[in-house]
Design a protein around this ligand. Sequence first.
Ligand SMILES: NC(=O)c1ccc[n+]([C@@H]2O[C@H](COP(=O)([O-])OP(=O)(O)OC[C@H]3O[C@@H](n4cnc5c(N)ncnc54)[C@H](O)[C@@H]3O)[C@@H](O)[C@H]2O)c1
Ligand SMILES: [Zn+2]
Length: 422
Amino acid sequence: MGKVQLEDNDIKEKKTEFSLVQVKGTWKRKLGKVNKDTVDCVSAAKIYESITEKGATWTVVSPIVFTYKVTETQDLLDPINDTLLLGHLSDPQQVDDFKKSNNSIKRFVVIDQEVYKIYGPRLTHYLEANNVLYKIMALPTTEENKSMEMALKILEEVNSFSLDRRTEPIIAIGGGVCLDIVGLAASLYRRRTPYIRVPTTLLSYIDASVGAKTGVNFANCKNKLGAYIPPTAVFLDLSFIQTIPRRHIANGLAEMLKMALMKHRGLFELLEKHGRMLLDTKFQADNSVYGLSCLQAASQSTRIAITTMLEELAPNLWEDNLNRLVDFGHLISPALEMKVLPSLLHGEAVNIDMSYMVYVSKESGLLTEEEKQRIISCMVGLELPVWHEACTKELIQRSLQDRLKHSGGLVRMPLPVGLGKA
Ligand SMILES: NC(=O)c1ccc[n+]([C@@H]2O[C@H](COP(=O)([O-])OP(=O)(O)OC[C@H]3O[C@@H](n4cnc5c(N)ncnc54)[C@H](O)[C@@H]3O)[C@@H](O)[C@H]2O)c1
Ligand SMILES: [Zn+2]
């Protein structure tokens, strides 16, 4: 993870390699590689030492492993479902200990204000029924408020609530904005406090919640302040989606379409065929005339979107590799979204960017006319905008120049080269 590999010239420079082994509770350097069978504990970290006439240099290589769970659940706020409180624990012994102990669980919850209006009573009932010592902070976590001020406001309250930073994860419940702000606040508190994400919009269900990124807007730029610190767990309950407006379903479908166009033709065909039904039913099975086919389409499409996303994210959690398919739709959209805020939603801006790139692909001979038509029709069927007057040539040029600056001197545009291939 991160920059753990030694550069070629470091190796040429002849460094002395030390392993780190634990002996009677302290760590010691041991020259060279260590036979794991001969010591109690050997770290994956290494120290390389070079001594020249100018002095000594120690190069520390310390791999960092992140483990987090993304779990589907039903009735997350049913008091008998303990996922929200214990689902992040991976050791069954820890779960047992919790259940047996008489100590109250303590939780700090940050929830989007609109979500609180709908689910607040159920959340409160859930926490009380489980004897939790809690504080709920309901906040207007809108894109315009996605700022460091909001993160600091959360941190003030977290601080006075005095959490145990090892065992009491902060819970974030809301759309992508809420999850991004709380994730950043948690990453800052005591340098890294675990946090849990509960997405309540389609976009955050399939996208914002499953990766490692957190952030707030700064200096009029999208997510300019942020961290790559994943949550300790993500709990997915599709039933939250039933109360979001139709426009926000389409908004989430844009990020789903992104994964479809980049790497899954089957998902593209599913959206082409069932997009309308998914919009009508808001991904809810019990809603209606559509019955079982809706249940299947909802669960298949969300699962494919999440697994394809995780495939791209897990090997590149800190985005060191700049060739990222998940950046499709995110080249001109950040500037566009900020320029017209709040008139375009995130997924809408992403879709406009994608439709522009589909034309670029077609003009470059990477897509056929028929493929281009199918993609654009699918977008329109999903009720997504394919153009916006603020998406001017200047804005596009500026975005491309900006990308050039931040991605190692190459523009690195992911482009579709067929349906489900990039
Ligand atoms: N971290 C990441 O990897 C990542 C990925 C994609 C997007 N994002 C970020 O996510 C944000 C967009 O997320 P979003 O689309 O979820 O927007 P959002 O968080 O603004 O939520 C959209 C609206 O829906 C309301 N809402 C949320 N859940 C609801 C529910 N269940 N019922 C009724 N209303 C509900 C909210 O109050 C809000 O008004 C952007 O800021 C984007 O940058 C982050
Ligand atoms: Zn996005």
